[in-house]
Design a protein around this ligand. Structure first.
Ligand SMILES: NC(=O)c1ccc[n+]([C@@H]2O[C@H](COP(=O)([O-])OP(=O)(O)OC[C@H]3O[C@@H](n4cnc5c(N)ncnc54)[C@H](O)[C@@H]3O)[C@@H](O)[C@H]2O)c1
Ligand SMILES: [Fe+2]
Length: 354
C-alpha cells in the first residue's frame, strides 16, 4: 500500500515576506476574534516582536524552549488560552525554531481535541481538525515546518502527535528571520537537515519521490556548509523544507533512532544529539560521516564527548530500548532483518562511544 499523504497547502517564501503576515491573517480573522502568537522568548523585546502584526484582542505568548517541548507545557498553554474566556482563537501562529513550531502545532490541535496532549502521542489518533495555524521558522533544518508531526516528551515516551491535522495550514519562510542564530545552533540544526538527507537517501525505503527532494536538499547543504554563498540562509531554509519532504515519503535511520535514546535519557537536544550520534556512524554512512567531519572542521565545531561514560546500567538499558523501539527507522537503515543486524549489545557499543 502506498501512503496518500497531505502537505502544507499555503507557502510564502522570500526575504521580508514576514511583512505580509497581516494580510495573510486578515482573511482568517472573524469580527470579534483574536489570534494567538506563540513566540520564542529569545525574541522578547527584540525587533521581531515589534513586527508581529498585533490587533486589539490578539495575544502574544513567550514560550521558553530551554527544554524541548513537553506534553505538560502544551496542556498548560491550552489552559492559558481557554482561560482568556474569549472563545476559540481565529488562528495560532508559531514563530521560532523546531521547538516552537511543534508547540504551536500541538496547541492548535489540543484546543479542539479533548484531554491531554499525551493522549495523542502516536499515529493518527487526532480526529478533529485543530485551529487554523501558521508556522514561521527562525532557524532552519528540522523540517518541522512541513512535517505531519509535533514531537513531544510525555510522561512515558518521547513521541510525536502524527496526523494529517498536525500539518500547518500556512508557512512563512523568510530567510531574514534566521540572522541572529548563534553559530553552534545554526550548525547543529542545519546538520539535522543534512542527516535527514543522508539517512533518507541511504535507506531501504528510498524511492524517486524522496530521492528528488533528498538529493537537492543535500546539494544545498553542501553549498551552505562547505562553500561560501551570500544566499546561504535562503538555501538552508529551502534545504530544510526539501529534507522534510524527502523523509515524509521515506524515513530517517540509525542516527535519529540513537539520538532519541540520548534525548529521552539525557535530555540532549535534537540537533546536537543527531551530530553526536552521526559522528559514530561511519559503518552505516561512510560518505556522509566523512563529509560531516569536513563541515565540522570548516566551522570549527567540537562536539561534547563521554556523554554515556557515567550512565547507570538501568539508564543505558532504557537508552537502548528507546532507540530500538523505533522499528521503521532501523528497517529503513538495515532492511527487514534489522533485528539480527542490530542486537542490543551492538547498540550499546555505539552508545558507549558517544
Ligand atoms: N516536527 C518535526 O518534524 C521535527 C523534526 C525535527 C526536530 N523537531 C523538534 O525540533 C526541536 C529542535 O528544533 P531546533 O533545532 O530548530 O531548535 P529549537 O527550536 O529548540 O531552538 C534552539 C535554540 O535556538 C534559539 N533560536 C531559535 N531561533 C533563533 C533566532 N532566529 N535567533 C537566535 N536564537 C534563536 C532558541 O531560542 C533555542 O535556544 C526539537 O524539539 C525536536 O524534537 C521536530
Ligand atoms: Fe531530525
Amino acid at each position: 500500500m502506498y501512503r496518500n499523504f497531505a502537505i502544507v497547502p499555503q507557502i510564502i517564501f522570500g526575504r521580508g515576506c514576514f511583512n505580509q503576515l497581516d494580510d495573510i491573517l486578515r482573511a482568517k480573522r472573524s469580527a470579534d476574534g483574536f489570534v494567538v502568537f506563540i513566540l520564542d522568548d529569545v525574541f522578547k523585546g527584540a525587533p521581531l516582536e515589534g513586527r508581529v502584526p498585533l490587533h486589539d484582542r490578539d495575544r502574544i505568548i513567550h514560550a521558553n524552549v530551554d527544554d524541548e517541548p513537553k506534553t505538560t507545557l502544551i496542556d498548560s498553554l491550552v489552559e492559558q488560552i481557554k482561560g482568556y474566556g474569549a472563545g476559540q482563537p481565529d488562528g495560532i501562529v508559531g514563530i521560532g525554531g523546531g521547538s516552537i513550531l511543534d508547540i504551536a502545532k500541538a496547541v492548535s490541535l489540543l484546543l479542539t481535541n479533548p484531554g491531554s496532549s499525551a493522549d495523542y502521542q502516536g499515529w493518527d489518533i487526532i480526529e478533529i481538525p485543530g485551529i487554523y495555524k501558521v508556522g514561521i521558522p527562525t532557524l532552519s533544518g528540522t523540517g518541522a515546518e512541513i512535517s505531519r508531526t509535533a514531537i513531544l516528551t510525555g510522561p512515558e515516551k518521547k513521541l510525536g502527535i502524527n496526523s494529517d491535522y498536525t500539518l500547518y495550514d500556512q508557512i512563512v519562510l523568510d530567510p531574514e528571520l534566521v540572522s541572529g542564530v548563534p553559530k553552534d545552533q545554526w550548525f547543529y540544526t542545519g546538520m539535522d537537515c543534512y542527516i535527514h538527507d543522508v539517512e533518507s537517501l541511504a535507506g531501504t525505503f528510498i524511492n524517486q519521490f524522496s530521492k528528488a527532494y533528498g538529493e537537492k536538499s543535500l546539494e544545498m547543504c553542501q553549498q551552505v556548509f562547505l562553500e561560501d554563498h551570500d544566499d546561504a540562509a535562503d538555501k538552508l531554509m529551502m534545504a530544510s523544507y526539501f529534507g522534510g519532504m524527502s523523509i515524509a515519503y521515506s524515513q530517517v535511520g540509525a542516527c535519529h533512532a540513537l539520538s532519541y535514546g540520548l534525548s529521552y535519557v539525557l535530555g540532549v537536544h535534537h540537533g546536537i544529539g543527531c551530530c553526536i550520534a552521526f559522528d559514530q556512524l561511519e559503518e552505516f554512512y561512510p560518505e556522509g560521516v566523512k563529509e560531516f567531519r569536513q563541515m565540522m572542521e570548516k566551522h570549527q565545531i567540537s562536539l561534547p564527548r563521554g556523554l554515556t561514560a557515567s550512565l547507570s546500567d538501568d539508564d543505558m538499558e532504557l537508552m537502548i530500548t528507546t532507540a530500538l523501539n523505533l522499528e521503521p527507522l532501523w528497517e529503513n537503515c538495515l532492511g527487514g532483518n534489522w533485528r539480527e543486524l542490530m542486537p542490543r549489545d551492538r547498540a550499546r557499543k555505539l552508545f558507549e562511544r558517544m
